[in-house]
Design a protein around this ligand. Structure first.
Ligand SMILES: *[C@@H]1O[C@H](CO)[C@@H](O)[C@H](O)[C@H]1NC(C)=O
Ligand SMILES: *[C@@H]1O[C@H](CO)[C@@H](O)[C@H](O)[C@H]1NC(C)=O
Ligand SMILES: *[C@@H]1O[C@H](CO)[C@@H](O)[C@H](O)[C@H]1NC(C)=O
Ligand SMILES: *[C@@H]1O[C@H](CO)[C@@H](O)[C@H](O)[C@H]1NC(C)=O
Length: 458
């Protein structure tokens, strides 16, 4: 009897120890290494879709102003022009029809972009859940609007049709929720909203859909102790069904972003331009002015391929991933302009992926002689490659690079083009690469060309 009890106690302790690798405090949470897939992936697709896709009018401006109870003159005018009197934000949900939403088409489009993961808005600041959440009666995509489990359909399609990792965005706060507003009025000394909504939702999302990314947001009004963030993260890392694969960001409470969590997102469109100590993600938008779809967008509001690749390459050189956002329409379509940018990214990555996927930052991030030239590097079985990615094609027949130290073993080639290029060491250091006359129809890509350098001394 005593022996049996001893054995039971030992086993119990073993279980506790095995499950308690990470403690609910930031030092412990921050000590967890990011699962390797995330750094290797470099490109993810962010998808903002929800009830806000119905007005789809200058979305960012619109949502932020709606909080004021439709009192802002701009929002009031927009509503008077477009909707009957008395129409409330909640009434938009029934118009969130999603009739053309085909998760498999989305999965194909995202896979064709060369991205390695997606992050989908399970719930944004207005609290509408894109899955049949038990914590969100009558304000979810099964009860109102689509009458479908959007998150579930997308998770299944991504897993069945692609190798992409499936990730979810989740807003901790909700602008209109009475419990959130009362906790806020109590200076966040009560946690009724966290008990009723935030935590049940997060656990439900993870246990049901097993996402590899939890992209938290809407945290910044309240301290992390209000949100119980470290308790949740310790569970996520120690015990959850995704404990070995999941990555998270840094938006877990007031003052936490840019300091604690998994990868750092700091501010939206974070693109520091210099090497970072910690892994970061540049969450940015193809439509410069909005996360959600905007019916009133103009063609010049969208980043060109040159701008998009410039941002991407700079981000990767400095150690980051880029999370590239598109906003589908309320009926579930990804408009051709977003499709085109996604497909062009995929075409570029098909040629130049060696310089991106699984690379590490090099000794220098950009060049000293040639503007808009960014570096990455990668150790291969035959040695270390350095990639010089040039955003501007050289004006003459020479590409001068100031940073690489050449050796007798140095070779230069261009990804997607046969053979090696001649080069000379510069008297002041660095190298001059001789660019042959390349017929336009032999160019490997239309923008951002990659020179692969081997046998580099620094
Ligand atoms: C609210 O809480 C913060 C920190 O928890 C404290 O500094 C502040 O004085 C409080 N404000 C009120 C009005 O109680
Ligand atoms: C927060 O975590 C503490 C400690 O684990 C727990 O006692 C409390 O119930 C949690 N609160 C919520 C709202 O989850
Ligand atoms: C290299 O990058 C830094 C930081 O973004 C920038 O200040 C500098 O102008 C860049 N140099 C060149 C030659 O582009
Ligand atoms: C690089 O950019 C700087 C600042 O815009 C400019 O003065 C310089 O002429 C550029 N150099 C080249 C080689 O284009």
């Amino acid at each position: 009897m005593a022996d049996a009890r001893g054995c039971f106690v030992t086993l119990f302790l073993l279980c506790v120890c095995a499950n308690a690798q990470y403690q609910p405090n930031w030092a412990s949470i921050d000590s967890r290494p990011l699962p390797a897939w995330y750094d290797e992936a470099k490109l993810g697709i962010f998808i903002h879709w929800g009830v806000f896709s119905v007005p789809s009018f200058s979305s960012e401006w619109f949502w932020w102003n709606w909080k004021g109870g439709q009192s802002t003159p701009g929002v009031r005018f927009f509503m008077q022009q477009n909707y009957r009197p008395g129409f409330t934000y909640a009434d938009f949900a029934a118009l969130f029809t999603a009739e053309f939403f085909n998760a498999e088409d989305w999965a194909d489009t995202f896979a064709a972009s060369g991205a390695q993961y997606i992050v989908f808005t399970s719930k944004h600041h207005e609290g509408f859940c894109n899955w049949p959440s038990k914590a969100s009666f009558n304000w979810n995509s099964m009860d109102v609007g689509p009458k479908r489990d959007i998150v579930g359909e997308l998770a299944t399609a991504i897993r069945n049709k692609t190798k992409l990792h499936f990730g979810l965005y989740h807003s901790m706060f909700e602008w209109f929720h009475p419990l959130y507003l009362s906790d806020k009025a109590n200076n966040f000394t009560t946690q009724d909203f966290v008990k009723d909504k935030t935590m049940p939702e997060l656990y439900e999302l993870i246990n049901t859909y097993q996402p590899d990314v939890i992209w938290s947001d809407g945290d910044w009004e309240a301290p992390d102790v209000y949100w119980n963030s470290t308790q949740f993260l310790a569970w996520l890392y120690n015990e959850s069904p995704v404990k070995d694969t999941v990555v998270t960001n840094d938006r877990w409470g007031k003052g936490i972003a840019c300091h604690h969590g998994g990868f750092l997102t700091c501010s939206d469109r974070y693109n520091p331009g210099v090497l970072q100590k910690r892994k970061f993600e540049n969450a940015m938008t193809v439509d410069k002015y909005s996360w959600g779809y905007r019916r009133n967008a103009r063609i010049t509001d969208f980043l060109s391929m040159e701008e998009l690749l410039g941002t991407f390459i700079q981000t990767v050189s400095c150690g980051g991933n880029m999370l590239m956002n598109v906003g589908p329409t309320k009926d579930g379509l990804i408009i051709p302009l977003f499709q085109e940018r996604l497909l062009n990214m995929g075409e570029w990555l098909n040629v130049n992926g060696d310089a991106i996927y699984s690379t590490r930052p090099w000794t220098f991030q950009n060049d000293s002689l040639t503007n808009n030239t960014w570096y990455t590097s990668k150790v291969t079985p035959s040695g270390r490659n350095v990639y010089a990615i040039i955003l501007d094609w050289p004006k003459g027949d020479t590409l001068s690079l100031g940073r690489p130290l050449t050796t007798v073993a140095t070779t230069v080639s261009m990804l997607g083009y046969p053979g090696n290029f001649n080069w000379k060491e510069r008297s002041t250091g660095g190298m001059d690469i001789e660019i042959p006359a390349i017929p336009i129809n032999k160019m490997p890509c239309k923008y951002a060309w990659v020179f692969q350098l081997t046998g580099i001394g620094n």
